[in-house]
Design a binder for this molecule. Structure first.
Ligand code: GCO
Ligand code: MG
Length: 412
């Protein structure tokens, strides 16, 4: 069997997505992958179109590992976010082909089920603790047992995650630019670590008081703290028994996790800005984190995710793959096939996609009883409707930029 064509499809059903469709010489046999890198979509599309796709034509799609190595090591330069996202798009599409060809869901090819479904967490936010509580109660009523909670920061004009599930599912930051229709990033201003550090423990105290101890609560710091601030937060959150505290530090400072770790027993999650297993290793070997949450769509796909899970297992680190609305349902499908086939799965981030996304990408993991369930169809279970994709052309879009009260740039 041979690869005959690689189509790179850029579409914007509310958000920009980059899809990879790999066709073979077997009539009707193709795979669909996701190569979306929020805010830098066309860089990945160009890498695929101009550099990687030509290398695939005529190759045997069954040889996923060899193709992966050829693309990763063959560049000589290795890969950052752009190339590892491009590679993920190819890898995910190739696993889809392998499953369809075998007549089996991909989880079966990865070793078979280790659990029935994958525990899922949804996002909750609000402008006040009361609003947040309502949003958490609504998620609990839907069956969620794991919930990520975010709150506004006094003085800040807006804050990452405050909008909860609605924000995650909405049309990203499209239209929130400079206000004159120009392509300027939406700026989030007046964010101060001191205010943030004061307000987050109060949010958890409120929620535990109202909701009790049983619910699994998570929180995303979004790489905004320095080491000593992160250590303080982890320590002050100890009484509220978080399921995990996510991305407390910037990805560049892995050694600083020692300080956070030594300060508290709050479980730590990290990894959505990593690109390879090599970045995960120092956190694994010193057991500095409890959950690894790489983005399967940004680390070269299922092939690398499986290796990362295997490397994490002996250190008793569990997976919590990144699952936001700015990667397509194809990566969400890949997440769940890996989740249900590995021994050290922890939890899976999920979003409800708007209907317009499902129109372009039919097929996504089913969410019920607080869990995600993989498709039982051969392959990964996500398709692309190319005609529908054409209706929603790419729109230039940027992620927000965060500024502190003095106007200086900070991590968003
Ligand atoms: C998460 C993430 C996302 C990122 C987004 C950037 O935990 O879900 O932090 O919300 O901000 O993927 O494009
Ligand atoms: Mg995050």
């Amino acid at each position: 069997m041979k690869i005959t064509d690689v189509r790179v499809i850029v579409t914007c059903p509310g958000r920009n997505y980059v899809a990879v469709k790999i066709l073979t010489d077997e009539p009707g046999l193709y795979g669909v992958g996701d190569a979306t890198l929020n805010g830098r979509e066309l860089a990945v599309a160009a890498a695929l179109q101009e550099h990687l796709a030509p290398l695939l034509i005529g190759r045997d799609p069954d040889q996923i590992e060899d193709i992966w190595q050829m693309l990763f090591r063959g560049t000589y330069w290795r890969g950052g976010p752009v190339l590892m996202t491009a590679l993920a798009g190819i890898d995910i599409a190739l696993w889809d082909i392998k499953g369809k060809r075998a007549g089996l869901p991909v989880y079966s090819l990865l070793g078979g089920k280790t659990r029935d479904g994958a525990w899922a967490y949804t996002h909750c936010g609000g402008h006040t603790n009361e609003e947040l509580e309502d949003s958490v109660r609504a998620a609990m009523a839907k069956g969620f047992q794991h919930i990520r909670v975010q709150c506004p920061v006094p003085g800040a004009t807006s804050t990452y995650g405050m909008g909860g599930a609605a924000e995650a599912a909405s049309a990203s930051w499209l239209g929130k630019g400079s206000g004159d229709g120009g392509p300027m990033p939406h700026v989030e201003g007046n964010w101060e670590p001191a205010s943030y550090l004061r307000v987050v423990p109060k949010m958890f105290a409120y929620l535990r008081d109202k909701l009790g101890d049983e619910l699994n609560l998570l929180h995303d710091v979004h790489e905004r703290l320095n080491p000593v601030q992160a250590a303080r937060l982890a320590k002050e959150l100890e009484p509220y028994h978080l399921f995990f505290l996510e991305d407390a530090l910037r990805p560049e400072h892995k050694e600083s996790f020692r300080l956070v770790r030594n300060a508290s027993t709050t479980p730590l999650a990290m990894g959505e800005l990593f690109h390879t297993k090599y970045e995960c290793l120092p956190l694994f070997t010193e057991q500095l984190i409890d959950f690894i949450r790489c983005d399967i769509g940004h680390i070269g796909g299922i092939t690398e995710a499986k290796k990362i899970a295997i490397l994490a297992e002996p250190y008793q680190i569990q997976t919590a793959w990144h699952g936001p609305g700015d990667i397509s349902p194809a990566t969400h499908c890949a997440n769940v096939h890996v989740d249900v086939s590995i021994p050290n799965f922890g939890v899976q981030e999920m979003v409800y996609f708007p209907e317009i996304v499902h129109e372009v990408f039919p097929g996504a993991p089913e969410c019920r009883d607080g869990k995600l369930w993989p498709s039982e169809a051969p392959g990964l279970g996500c398709d692309i409707n190319e005609e529908a994709a054409k209706k929603y052309p790419y729109q230039r879009n940027y992620l927000p930029v965060c500024r502190r009260a003095d106007g200086s740039v900070h991590d968003w």
